[in-house]
Design a protein around this ligand. Sequence first.
Ligand code: ZN
Length: 185
Amino acid sequence: MMDYDKIKAGVKLMLEGIGEDVTREGLLETPDRIARMCTEIYGGLYEDASVHLQKQFSVESDDMVIERDITFYSTCEHHLLPFYGKAHIGYLPEGRVAGLSKLARTVDVFARRPQIQEKMTVQIARALEENLKPKGVIVMLEAEHTCMTMRGIKKPGSKTVTMTALGLFREQKELQDRFLAMVRQ
Ligand code: ZN
């Protein structure tokens, strides 16, 4: 599990490094606060998406299942600044579907760790593929990266869009188009 003493020592060092007075009232509790916060924002490192995706139901139909606009918050591993936005997931079931809340949980497992958006997109798609064994799965993430908006090139409102398609979604462009049309509605 997480080493809170290390986190606290690290935060204190960083504050000293930027020239802050770590003994002033506002900063006194900050290392401790950040250590506790890490459980929440990096706790996905200690979770397994398979646990959530075990909860499955049988279905007769093989129609496309789409869960869109799943809000997520993650942390860019290059700057440790937040990136956040929406995840859209589509899959073609092969007799089994996951509980709808479990798709959101799966997104959370991969969002709550130091992350890059491209990798997170693939991780979500692979977890669904491995656990549900669908005919195809597609994942699209749209996010604003505060490392691009509050620093660097400073382009507020710009969105980074990533997409991964596996199985039938990879092979058949018209399936991708159907998914995109439903997500964009
Ligand atoms: Zn970044």
